[in-house]
Design a protein around this ligand. Structure first.
Ligand SMILES: C[S@@+](CC[C@H](N)C(=O)[O-])C[C@H]1O[C@@H](n2cnc3c(N)ncnc32)[C@H](O)[C@@H]1O
Length: 208
């Protein structure tokens, strides 16, 4: 019988947020594919590893060739369903050779940190991509959770919304959630735009 590729959402990073199902699948794997940080954290010395790079095509080809004869897992951060390499794999590979093991998203942990329900929130990503829906979502009074990167920083989002006429909206920024250096900023668009803090690896929640 052919093996199946297990795509594991490993959670926001802290090992305590990896599910038992994810941990069991990693333990049984012969080959582990993932970003450098996740491989360092979750792969074991006896396992073959393949580190993802910016160009994902070679990784997809490696997975395609390798999984048939090896128990292979792919590690993705957070949950498989939120702006994840898991979606690319689902596009490129037949559904019947994939299993997704969900994880705790950084977005989910952020809303838990600020003790706020998120069933009506809209999740956007500015991580390596543009998305121009933010101002209209905020204007409609909908809570937005935004994944950011080194270019689309929390301050840049705040300046963008201030330029659209907002000033008093509450904002929270959760950085390195679940890691020892986790920080939570709580303020409003103006105080965020004026902040000199270097926010890295973060989720920004706007409107609550
Ligand atoms: C490619 S997206 C993956 C999101 C992931 N699928 C999830 O559910 O959290 C990467 C972005 O998620 C956010 N992120 C991932 N881990 C995080 C953490 N531990 N703390 C805060 N934000 C995090 C950051 O915005 C980062 O740029």
């Amino acid at each position: 019988m052919e093996n199946i590729i297990k795509v594991i959402g490993v959670g926001p990073g802290g090992p305590e947020y990896l599910t038992d199902a994810g941990a069991a699948a990693i333990l049984q794997a012969e080959v582990v594919v993932g970003g450098h940080r996740l491989l360092e954290q979750f792969a074991r010395p006896e396992q073959e590893t393949y580190a993802l790079a910016a160009n994902l095509e070679p990784a997809i080809e490696f997975i395609r060739q390798k999984y048939k004869h090896n128990r292979l897992v792919v590690l993705v951060s957070g949950d498989t369903g939120i702006y994840s390499f898991a979606a690319t794999l689902a596009e490129k590979l037949p559904a019947n050779c994939l299993e997704f093991i969900p994880g705790i998203s950084s977005v989910q942990l952020m809303f838990a940190r600020i003790k706020t329900p998120w069933q009506d929130a809209v999740i956007l990503s500015r991580h390596g991509r543009e998305d121009h829906r933010l101002a209209s979502i905020v204007k409609a009074g909908i809570t937005a959770a935004v994944l950011t990167d080194a270019k689309n920083t929390p301050q840049a989002l705040a300046r963008e919304l201030l330029a659209s006429g907002y000033s008093t909206l509450p904002v929270s920024v959760g950085c390195n959630l679940s890691y020892a250096n986790e920080t939570i900023f709580r303020g409003n668009l103006t105080s965020l735009a004026e902040s000199n803090h270097k926010f890295e690896n973060c989720v920004v929640v706007i409107g609550v």
